[in-house]
Design a protein. Structure first.
Length: 229
């Protein structure tokens, strides 16, 4: 009888141990739980600079050139028939690119010379921007297969410089014609694990000086994984 009671007690104790081990494995801190997702480290940061020029800054001598890029590892590209009118300007102690004189929709992208960009998971694009009038900016990427695509998350700041942050999960994408800078058909399940260029696009021509339709693209940071080219 004593041995029977001892065996029953031992079985109950073992059951408690097994249950506790199973609960621990399934708990958030247990060994069986997947590690929490973490944001990728800063991949690059770009603070534009004024192009080399003589005399006082003007709309002509401040036009975009590859020399506005401060980082040696980054190159910037512009798209659109009116993109030659994008100019560098200083606002709030920073240099930014201003689209106000562009006579067509335009896009500005950045390209890491050494790496593709992995925008999956918790990748984030952080950019100080300003939009005037009803101008709107959208995320744009060039995929590794050469496809240009614009995302459907519009950015508008009502005339204020604001730091915006773009997440890429769940976004809808549409093919972008890099010459006309217009969108066409939807891109289903684009491969965002190997992105060649990333930037912002406005799908309307600008309206000139003042508070007419325009956008300023200031300091930009990208938090993403690097994929060697």
């Amino acid at each position: 009888m004593y041995l029977s009671r001892l065996a029953a007690t031992t079985v109950r104790a073992l059951g408690l141990v097994v249950f506790a081990s199973s609960a621990f494995a399934q708990s958030p801190g247990g060994r069986g739980a997947p590690p929490p997702a973490t944001r990728p480290a800063l991949l690059f940061r770009e603070e534009w600079r004024l192009p080399a020029h003589e005399g006082a800054p003007t709309d002509e001598n401040m036009r975009f050139t590859p020399g506005v890029v401060a980082s040696d590892r980054i190159e910037a590209k512009v798209y659109g028939a009116g993109s030659s009118f994008i100019r560098a300007a200083e606002h709030e102690g920073r240099i930014d690119l201003w689209t106000g004189l562009a006579t067509s929709p335009v896009a500005v992208t950045l390209r890491d010379k050494r790496n593709y960009i992995d925008l999956t998971g918790l990748a984030r694009l952080r950019w100080i921007v300003r939009t005037n009038s009803i101008h709107t900016l959208y995320p744009v990427v060039k995929l590794a297969n050469g496809t240009y695509a614009a995302g459907n998350r519009g950015i508008s700041t009502d005339g204020e410089f604001l730091q915006i942050e773009v997440a890429f999960g769940g976004m809808r994408w549409f093919t972008l014609d890099p010459v006309k800078v217009v969108v066409t058909s939807e891109v289903k399940d684009p491969d965002l694990s190997r992105v060649d260029e990333i930037g912002l696009v406005t799908l309307a021509p600008a309206g000139g000086h003042g508070i007419a339709g325009s956008a300023n693209l200031s300091t930009v940071e990208l938090f993403a994984k690097a994929v060697p080219r």
